[in-house]
Design a protein around this ligand. Structure first.
Ligand code: DGY
Length: 322
């Protein structure tokens, strides 16, 4: 019997894919830093029983229609807005993601980004490296306090809750907005459910962690930034298109808000001349929310396990299709 064929769209560690190689023929795009070209992926899916994808791969109707044997798409991310899940479901293709295993790592990064933006850590480190530090002075690179301030979390899922837990250590008041109430966050962490408008107008830190859907696309508009405090700091670790970037740029430029910490952008990677990069009050990161070595390896294992389970007619661990 011929083994099923699995295509992996980025170079992963041999150790991570080894168990999968026992049950399948595994082929991998051989570059770590460069996404698989669309035309290569289009060719590969023609023969694939399974694909292991990155959030940067667009898995749409056109692609699935050229994949007669495709049974499972395992996405190396908790977010799956790069995949047309409704169409995959229609075609009987299982879609899997990597929830839970990245919760704490992403919450650490989110809080780190909030701290870096508020206390100007990147700017300060560059200042020293560039030899600009000539004397200690009282207001040198003074930033904003975090402790005892109000954090407003938009998207109170598992990562939101883990961020809220970190905020309790800083004695922060925690507001949240979500599709539905998160009773565990309310009970365990004292988080207060708040309307979107109240949250953005009263929080010192607005942290966006909501998944990208039709409903959340462009959720943060020019109006939203106008409603925020002038001292507010906006942090986005969800997906770029949740924000109107042009509106955010102007809000930052015109002092409508104090700063932004951004791990995600509408188009990734951003160009080196992106307007955000000319602003001192922006800390920009290259979408590294879940990027610790331990977590990324665990995510790879989970993707491989899900593929193996589907290819051996078992239920995957983390199925996205409803
Ligand atoms: C995810 O898993 O969706 C994150 O954006 C990766 O950092």
């Amino acid at each position: 019997m011929t083994k099923p064929y699995v295509f992996i769209t980025r170079k992963l560690s041999d150790e991570a894919i080894q168990p999968l190689q026992e049950i399948a023929e595994v082929n991998m795009w051989n570059e770590e830093e460069k996404a698989v070209p669309r035309e290569v992926l289009m060719e590969e899916v023609k023969k694939a029983d399974a694909i292991l994808t990155m959030l940067s791969d667009k898995i749409d109707k056109e692609l699935m229609d050229t994949a007669p044997n495709l049974k499972v798409i395992a996405n190396l991310a908790v977010g799956f807005d790069n995949i047309d899940v409704a169409y995959a479901t229609e075609k009987g293709i299982a879609v899997c993601n990597t929830p839970d295993v990245l919760t704490d790592t992403t919450a650490d990064l989110t809080f780190g980004l909030l701290l870096s933006t508020a206390r100007r850590l990147v700017e300060a480190a560059e200042f020293v490296k560039n030899g600009e530090w000539k004397s200690w002075s009282p207001l040198l690179l003074a930033g904003h306090d975090i402790h005892h301030k109000t954090i407003g979390i938009v998207g109170m899922g598992k990562i939101g809750e883990a961020v809220a837990k970190r905020a309790t250590g800083f004695d922060m008041e925690i507001l949240y907005h979500n599709r539905s109430r998160n009773h565990s966050a309310e009970k365990r962490l004292g988080a207060i459910y708040t309307s979107f408008d109240d949250l953005i107008s009263t929080s010192d830190f607005i942290v966006c962690l909501t998944p990208l859907t039709e409903q959340t696309k462009n959720l943060f508009t020019a109006e939203s930034f106008k409603k925020m405090k002038k001292t507010a700091i906006f942090v986005n670790v969800s997906r770029g298109p949740v924000v109107d970037e042009d509106a955010l740029y102007h809000a930052l430029l015109n002092g409508e808000i104090a700063g932004a910490g951004l791990d995600v952008f509408v188009k990734e990677p951003i160009e080196s001349n992106h307007p955000f990069l000319g602003l001192k009050n922006v800390v920009a990161l290259p979408h590294i929310g879940s990027a610790s070595t331990e977590t990324r390896v665990t995510m790879m294992h989970l993707c491989c396990q899900n593929i193996e389970l589907v290819l051996t007619n078992q239920n995957p661990k983390t199925l996205v299709n409803k």
